[in-house]
Design a protein around this ligand. Structure first.
Ligand code: ATP
Ligand code: ATP
Ligand code: MG
Ligand code: MG
Ligand code: MG
Length: 265
């Protein structure tokens, strides 16, 4: 009887609409923490940048890249991460919903799994949630622009937050006062405030905060050949296992892409 019922009810599967994403286009999944402004305050994040959360985000992204080798590149900052899936990928038969949910659920799971080892004395009061979306980019130029956009966003926010929290923490300004001081200022004004009032050079801030975090798949032959010291651009680059490189590169400039032609090739 259950077998008959199952056969009879099988028609229900035709209600599942399997929309597939356009072939041969880059697929970018961006996840973003839900209400992390509150989450960060409830969990005593250091302001402007709590390294523990950034490292958790990076651990989660690294696990996602290991699990899904079709993700050739990822970029993270603050409570967000973008994953670039190769344009010829057949991941999850290119079904958007399945791609998004596989990535975001693993990401959230790893973030929570490693919480205690990273935050030690801070108890996780409730589970963080992340939203996710997938966007298609039809050519390399749009994809590069997308990545530049996220890194520029990181730069703008980090510069603002660095000034804001320096005024509050070291300048004894109230939050409202700091906000008023920064209102309408440009990048060079913020640099001046840091130098003139706090003798602090913005460029001395850690690259992980200024640039965010980049992960990408090594070229196959690069995996065995290159040694640590020969990695290009900066000494913070680390070689991970399974051919994933982690670093805090400038991905707006052409140089990064020129030196790694296999990524968008
Ligand atoms: P939404 O649900 O709309 O995304 P949100 O509160 O998460 O709301 P975002 O624009 O995503 O808003 O901003 C994330 C906020 O989380 C930042 O403004 C900052 O306050 C906080 N945050 C995220 N990561 C860190 C970190 N590593 N250190 C300190 N604060 C952080
Ligand atoms: P896919 O990623 O394609 O879903 P899957 O291995 O999850 O692969 P499913 O068809 O979803 O395949 O089947 C889930 C399997 O998980 C079951 O066949 C069973 O082996 C196992 N499983 C799930 N829940 C339980 C449970 N509560 N107790 C024992 N085994 C379970
Ligand atoms: Mg958001
Ligand atoms: Mg958020
Ligand atoms: Mg965000």
């Amino acid at each position: 009887q259950p077998t008959e019922l199952n056969a009879k009810l099988n028609y229900l599967k035709h209600f599942e609409k399997k929309e597939t994403l356009l072939p041969h286009t880059w697929m970018v999944v961006r996840i973003d923490g839900k209400a992390f402004h509150n989450f960060s305050e409830k969990h005593y994040f250091k302001k402007p940048n709590d390294l523990r959360s950034i490292e958790l985000m990076n651990k989660a992204a690294f696990s996602v890249m290991k699990e899904f080798p079709d993700i050739i590149f990822s970029y993270g900052q603050s409570d967000e991460y973008s994953f670039v899936i190769h344009r010829y990928s057949k991941m999850c038969d290119r079904q958007g919903g399945r791609i998004i949910s596989s990535i975001v659920s693993l990401f959230a799971g790893v973030y929570v799994y490693h919480w205690q080892s990273m935050f030690e004395d801070v108890k996780l009061h409730y589970c963080p949630a992340f939203d996710a979306r997938v966007v298609l980019y039809p050519n390399n130029s749009c994809l590069r622009d997308y990545i530049s956009w996220r890194q520029a966003d990181c730069h703008i926010n980090n510069m603002y937050n660095t000034c804001f929290w320096t005024l509050v923490q070291q300048g004894q300004c109230s939050r409202q006062n700091a906000e008023e001081i920064l209102c309408g200022t440009f990048s060079k004004d913020k640099r001046s405030i840091l130098i003139n009032r706090f003798n602090q050079n913005y460029d001395d801030e850690d690259a992980i905060f200024r640039k965010g975090t980049v992960m990408y798949q090594k070229m196959v032959s690069e995996e065995s050949g290159r040694s640590r010291g020969e990695l290009p651009e900066n000494n913070q680059a680390e070689e991970g296992c399974r051919g994933i490189v982690v670093g805090h590169f400038d991905v707006i400039k052409d140089e990064f892409w020129r030196e790694r032609p296999w990524l968008l090739g």
